[in-house]
Write a protein of this length. Structure first.
Length: 509
């Protein structure tokens, strides 16, 4: 199984690429085309197929290639946006609705696992929030009060399973965890058992709509009456690209010399926060930790983030070996809640984005909401999470900050290239943004010493990409498109890769 990064995640261990079994009827007009084979797309597809719709899923790579394959697989009835923040940005009723929705989603996940016998190491776990300073303690006390008001039980406890030197800790029961890729493989198998069609390595280039959608793809033309973009953020240019900001998070899976692994999901209250949990894979236990988040493209030396994470972990634990290190991308919304529903400005196109660090639970909740919307059934969360919601106060400062940053990328980055005098200065595996006779160029030297030259302007909206040293990718800091070292598209919202430049083009010959 491949994913959108150079570094292997724990969830790739022992996972062969999924092999679909159902055949695609090229002449059929499907009820729904779902673009994207991660947790959002496969949950939506399975629920719709169960409800009697004929669905087809088109995944540009293999299922789990995107953020689902790079998650740390926590399942929470609390979010990165705490319930006191949701109350402030929306209302107490909104916080209660979110709590109900997350609980319903967790029940749905457990039900699907049981119904289709999905072997994915699902288990309920308590979650612990840790306050290390007086200020964090005050934050935690406020969070616990709001969490209980929302209907999620949180209580202070005298002990938490962590070596962190905390002042106060709370516990939230009935949280959960699972093996992410085994779960979505189970969803895919169940979806096919229900009659659904799954296409891998099927890039959707563009769509047209008349009586129905006609999607031009790398495998041929797909026809469907409704369209769902389950691509982490929708492609093209739309309002949601200015209401979401891309971030990267770093994770490691390691073993302990003591052989004693903590039970539960553990979080501190730093910004960015650190998180921990235990996972057994093929009879071997790992402690998974993550953190060191930053805006996509803002840190070229991403390897330093891994060194920072490792140093932090070595100070906490007696580590035997760090077996896996990886990073992944997520999108923060402007007001702290995801956008799930009709794509703004469209009547037959649906999407889901802005999950922050809660993609496994919110991607699953998105499946419930999108299924109800497409089945024309009422859903109590649909209006609250609508992508077209207008909240002039909620998240406004964050909205302005993120989009001021985007604008600076459009205007400022075009004039800040590093001057490279000799290409030989690039070591194998290194890359740089450079000027070559006043022409913009992204240079990468592969392990064989060959130079790959690319146009560094992202095809999506004209921002300049930045080099991600650890994952060996060119990442767009504006809207999160990512490209391989040779320019191939890894993840959208761009619909195509970076343009390769011939040396005679650069030299002007």
């Amino acid at each position: 199984m491949k994913r959108d990064g150079n570094m292997e995640s724990l969830w790739q261990h022992g996972m062969e690429q999924y092999q679909p079994v159902n055949q695609w009827n090229r002449d059929e007009i499907y009820d729904v085309l779902i673009v994207g084979g991660g947790i959002t797309g496969l949950t939506t597809a399975l629920l719709l197929q169960q409800s009697g719709k004929k669905c087809i899923v088109a995944e540009a790579h293999n299922i789990g290639f995107g953020t689902t394959g790079g998650t740390t697989a926590h399942l929470n009835t609390t979010l990165d946006s705490s319930y006191d923040q949701i109350e402030k940005n929306f209302s107490k009723e909104a916080a209660q609705h979110i709590a109900i929705g997350l609980k319903e989603t967790l029940v749905m996940i457990e039900k699907l696992i049981s119904q289709y016998n999905i072997d994915c190491s699902f288990s309920y776990q308590p979650a612990y929030l840790i306050a290390e300073t007086i200020q964090e303690q005050q934050m935690l006390e406020t969070m616990v009060e709001a969490t209980n008001r929302a209907g999620v039980q949180a209580a202070f406890v005298p002990h938490a399973p962590t070596p962190l030197p905390y002042r106060k800790a709370c516990m939230i029961e009935q949280q959960a965890q699972f093996h992410a890729t085994k779960y979505i493989y189970g969803l895919a198998k169940a979806y096919e058992q229900e009659g659904g069609v799954l296409l891998q390595y099927c890039m959707v280039n563009n769509t047209a709509h008349d009586e129905y959608f006609t999607a031009d793809t790398s495998l041929g033309e797909i026809k469907a009456r409704k369209l769902v973009y389950a691509t982490h953020i929708p492609p093209g240019i739309n309002l949601l690209h200015f209401r979401c900001a891309p971030y990267r998070s770093y994770a490691a899976a390691f073993t302990l010399r003591s052989g004693e692994y903590p039970e539960g999901l553990i979080y501190d209250l730093k910004d960015p926060y650190n998180y921990f949990r235990t996972q057994e894979v093929d009879g071997k236990k790992y402690l998974i930790a993550g953190g060191c988040d930053h805006k996509t493209g803002d840190d070229v030396n991403t390897q330093e983030r891994f060194r920072e994470l490792e140093a932090y972990l070595h100070n906490l634990y007696d580590i035997d070996s760090i077996d896996y290190k990886w990073s992944s991308q997520y999108f923060n919304s402007a007001d702290g809640l995801p956008y799930i529903g009709l794509l703004p400005g469209h009547t037959e196109t649906y999407t889901a984005t802005g999950y922050s660090g809660n993609g496994m639970i919110l991607g699953s909740l998105a499946g419930i909401i999108l299924c109800d919307l497409l089945m024309e059934q009422p859903n109590m969360y649909a209006d609250l999470l609508s992508p077209s919601r207008i909240k002039p106060i909620a998240g406004f400062k964050e909205f302005v900050k993120e989009n001021a940053d985007v604008i600076s990328k459009f205007i400022g980055m075009r004039f800040s290239y590093e001057k490279v005098s000799q290409l030989a200065e690039l070591a194998p595996g290194d890359a740089v943004l450079a000027k070559w006779e006043d022409k913009k160029v992204a240079l990468y030297k592969d392990d064989n010493g060959k130079i790959h030259a690319l146009d560094p302007v992202c095809p999506h909206a004209g921002c300049l990409v930045a080099w991600n040293m650890a994952e060996k990718s060119w990442d767009c800091p504006c809207h999160g498109s990512r490209f391989s070292c040779n320019g191939a598209l890894l993840t959208g919202p761009s619909r195509k890769g970076l343009t390769s430049l011939l040396w005679e083009d650069i030299e002007g010959d």
